[in-house]
Design a binder for this molecule. Structure first.
Ligand code: UDP
Length: 337
């Protein structure tokens, strides 16, 4: 099922003239959920891929099939510590960072390090190798947007609590963006920043401790456990199927005109968390009931990207509906992988 999606991504990219064959690509966080999808797509295209991951939240199982490929190298390393790499790189992609709100109070220092010290190391590698640099930022940098700015354009500067429970992530991602701009300014580097909106799909971690809302609800529904909606469930997210996200990021990494740009990549369909719960119950034929838990502090009320820039600059738009993406994700969890 994953390889079907990878083939679809590669097919779309090929049509668009995006081809990483023979390109030397370094991916930090390459064993994570999104990192491993991106690794697989560019390996499939024939890129020479080096994946760096300290396996703190990334998992070796995510890159199991890639490890035997001769154009894939895995280095277990914490990118917030310096590393010397032989060889050349054309593109460095910095994805390494935990991203689940459940981890913000357990690993805030590691999260801050990955997006400050880690990006510093990654930018240093790109600078040395004169490589293009892509940073995976997040919709979280918008914090809790003023409803006037929904859908949110890249020009919105955000509304973030600098000392709140999510600040280790929000503020370090904002600092990461500043790092990128500083290297671009001072060293004339070719950089790109993607602001990712709630991406889901196969390979996401589940479980009570780590899971984001989609895998949590799916696991709860499949096991007949109560579906834990936080707050009244009217908060929204724009759920983006991983295949669309990978395609958007790789277009951004490739397109010449995108140099120096910051681009939102995410679904433009805003969905209430309560609706998500109901759709998952229906798609899994589950008998689970919905229970309401308190809304975590600073949980953003709404999140929806303005994707005009991605459409115009990258000719990208999301293609997989929420229902289709959830069906695939449910199938993957059902298969117990
Ligand atoms: N959420 C929920 N129940 C859960 C887990 C999350 O209602 O068991 C809500 C959470 O409060 C947020 C949304 O789902 O409003 C998305 O949460 P997620 O952890 O996926 O990431 P976020 O978008 O908040 O970074």
């Amino acid at each position: 099922m994953i390889s079907e999606d990878i083939q679809a991504v590669c097919g779309e990219l090929k049509k668009a003239g995006v081809d990483f064959e023979d390109k030397k690509v370094l991916i930090t966080g390459g064993a994570g959920f999104l990192g491993s999808w991106i690794s697989q797509a560019v390996v499939e295209q024939g890129a020479l891929v080096t994946c760096i991951d300290n396996l703190s939240s990334g998992q070796e199982s995510n890159i199991e099939e890639l490890k035997d490929r001769e154009n894939f190298t895995f280095i277990q390393h914490d990118i917030s510590k310096p590393i010397y790499l032989e060889g050349d790189y054309d593109l460095v992609m910095h994805l390494a960072s935990r991203a689940s709100p459940f981890e913000f109070d357990k690993f805030p220092i590691q999260i801050l390090k990955a997006n400050t010290l880690g990006i510093w190391v990654a930018l240093g590698i790109a600078k040395k190798h004169k490589a293009r640099f892509l940073y995976t930022s997040t919709s979280e940098i918008y914090g809790d947007p003023d409803p006037k700015y929904i859908p949110t354009p890249e020009s919105y500067n955000g509304n973030v609590n600098p000392v709140g429970p999510r600040s280790c992530y929000d503020e370090s991602k904002r600092a990461g963006e500043a790092f990128v701009k500083a290297y671009e300014l001072q060293h004339g580097m070719d950089t790109r920043i993607v602001r990712i909106f709630n991406t889901y799909g196969p390979k996401m971690r589940a479980g009570d401790v780590y899971g984001r809302v989609v895998p949590r609800f799916i696991e709860q529904a499949l096991n007949g456990k109560p579906i834990t909606v936080f707050g009244d469930g009217t908060q929204t997210r724009s759920f983006t199927y991983v295949r669309d996200q990978v395609e958007g990021i790789l277009r951004l990494a490739w397109v010449e005109e995108a140099m120096g740009e910051v681009v939102n990549i995410g679904s433009n369909v805003e969905t209430k968390v309560i609706e998500l719960a109901k759709i998952i119950i229906q798609l899994t034929n589950s008998e689970s009931e919905i229970v309401f838990h308190p809304l975590p502090k600073d949980d953003p009320r709404r999140r929806c990207p303005d994707i005009t820039k991605a459409k115009n600059l990258l000719n990208w738009r999301p293609q997989v509906s929420l229902e289709e993406g959830l069906r695939k994700t449910i199938e993957w969890f059902e298969a117990g992988q």
